[in-house]
Write a protein that binds this ligand. Structure first.
Ligand code: HSE
Length: 420
């Protein structure tokens, strides 16, 4: 087995993360890692590094036999996939932060890792500074992971914090998230939940051995959350967070989605503000554990890449233990979600599809209902994210059939006969 003593790096991308890594490596001489070349798209931009370091020719990196590690931190998913696969075929280890690329090409990347036996590490791609992937892979190497709940998108958490604690408006908060280098170059990826869902796909693999495309997950972002929702959350003693969740159900299958959630003040996730991320794991004997750290930004993301580079020195590879060494779990559609839904007009919300409704407010402006929906309803229909309908999961919002049967009768009958 080859051990990389000296890491000679070819770096793709010199944006927020690439430049962060360049600076961090300068301050970490003990790692014995040097960047030999940086491939960039736009040669004309001025950059804070010697001009001789840069090239626009990817082959200067991919075909250089001296370069034994490719670090790829670009945001074009297709180009990133081509770089990563070529690098592995050319017998180079790869460190990547491209969550979209990893989510879109996960199955192919698994095959590529097995075929080339190269390390492909991506701790920076989810939770940035939080070492969640390696922990899921190594520490929770058993069948006892009851649930994972996480804030995995720094920009939306930053925007929610600024809007609801500091009264900034949405536009200002988003602008600030972009200026600080937290948001994607296409910020709809953050705001509409794609980025969090992309990250959740491979965290589900490392946690449960589940392989899913992002399109196979039920998700949305914070785009429809209104000031009225925030006021109601406050009234009820909640905060609103965009939460990625996974919970093992009684049949052994896993309920998973990424949706806004009302979070109680004693929930660890309510502690997660601004660009920070957090992951709460519940497992068999240890009960709850909470991982917390900066989830976006230059140095926090570079810190995870640095840790991957360090791991390459002892030839570390993900083993995908839950996938290859255990029986992988399956995703389930067979559960219910307790939700709050706010909307402008009754015609946009099929209240008759609710299993139960416990609260209905018919105010002249924003209306809302609190009740229970089957997860299949969310999976098969889009009404809950169209026409400014805002859906927010309640605390402990995942229910099974057995939980439903013990609920009190509700106002559903009244609603069914009501003229809407
Ligand atoms: N746009 C991402 C976020 C960057 O806000 O979390 C880190 O992956």
């Amino acid at each position: 087995m080859q051990t990389h003593k000296q890491l000679t790096i070819g770096l793709f991308g010199f944006g927020v993360v690439g430049e962060g890594l360049y600076k961090v490596l300068q301050q970490t001489p003990s790692l014995n890692a040097t960047i030999k070349k940086v491939c960039i798209k736009n040669a004309k931009k001025t950059r804070n590094a010697p001009a001789a370091l840069f090239t626009t020719d990817k082959n200067k990196l991919l075909l250089d036999p001296e370069i034994n590690v490719i670090v790829e931190v670009i945001d074009d998913a297709d180009a990133a996939f081509s770089i990563v696969t070529t690098a592995m075929q050319n017998e180079k280890s790869v460190v990547s932060a491209s969550k979209k690329m990893i989510a879109e090409h996960f199955a192919e990347l698994l095959i590529m890792q097995r075929a080339t036996r190269q390390s492909f590490l991506y701790e920076a791609a989810a939770g940035a500074s939080i070492p969640i992937i390696r922990n899921l892979e190594e520490y929770y190497d058993n069948d006892l992971l009851h649930s994972m709940r996480a804030i995995v998108n720094g920009s939306t958490n930053f925007i929610l914090t600024k809007m609801f604690s500091e009264n900034l408006d949405y536009g200002q908060a988003l602008l600030l998230a972009r200026q600080l280098g937290y948001a994607e170059s296409d910020p709809t990826l953050d705001v509409e939940g794609f980025d969090a869902a992309n990250k959740w796909t491979f965290l589900l693999t490392h946690g449960y051995g589940i392989i899913t495309k992002t399109s196979g997950l039920v998700f949305t972002g914070i785009q429809n959350i209104s000031i009225r929702d925030a006021a109601i959350a406050k009234e009820k003693g909640y905060e609103i967070k965009l939460v990625a969740q996974a919970k093992k159900l009684s049949d052994g299958k896993v309920a998973a989605f990424v949706l806004p959630q009302f979070v109680q003040h004693d929930d660890h996730l309510s502690f997660v503000k601004n660009e920070y991320n957090g992951v709460v794991i519940e497992s068999g004997f240890s009960d709850k554990q909470f991982f917390y750290g900066k989830g976006a930004g230059s140095f926090p993301t570079a810190s995870a890449i640095l840790s991957d580079l360090s791991a390459l020195r002892y030839d570390y590879k993900y083993e995908y233990k839950k996938l290859y060494h255990h029986t992988p779990h399956e995703l389930s559609d067979d559960f219910y979600v307790r939700v709050y839904v706010s909307f402008d007009d009754f015609k946009h919300v099929p209240l008759e599809h609710f299993k139960y409704i416990s609260e209905l407010h018919k105010g002249s402006e924003r209306k809302f209902a609190v009740g229970i929906l089957s997860f299949k309803e969310l999976k098969e229909n889009n009404w809950w994210k169209e026409h400014h309908v805002s859906l927010i999961v309640l605390p402990d919002g995942i229910l099974e059939e057995s939980d439903i049967n013990i609920l009190e009768p509700t106002v559903l009958a009244e609603i069914q006969t009501m003229e809407l």
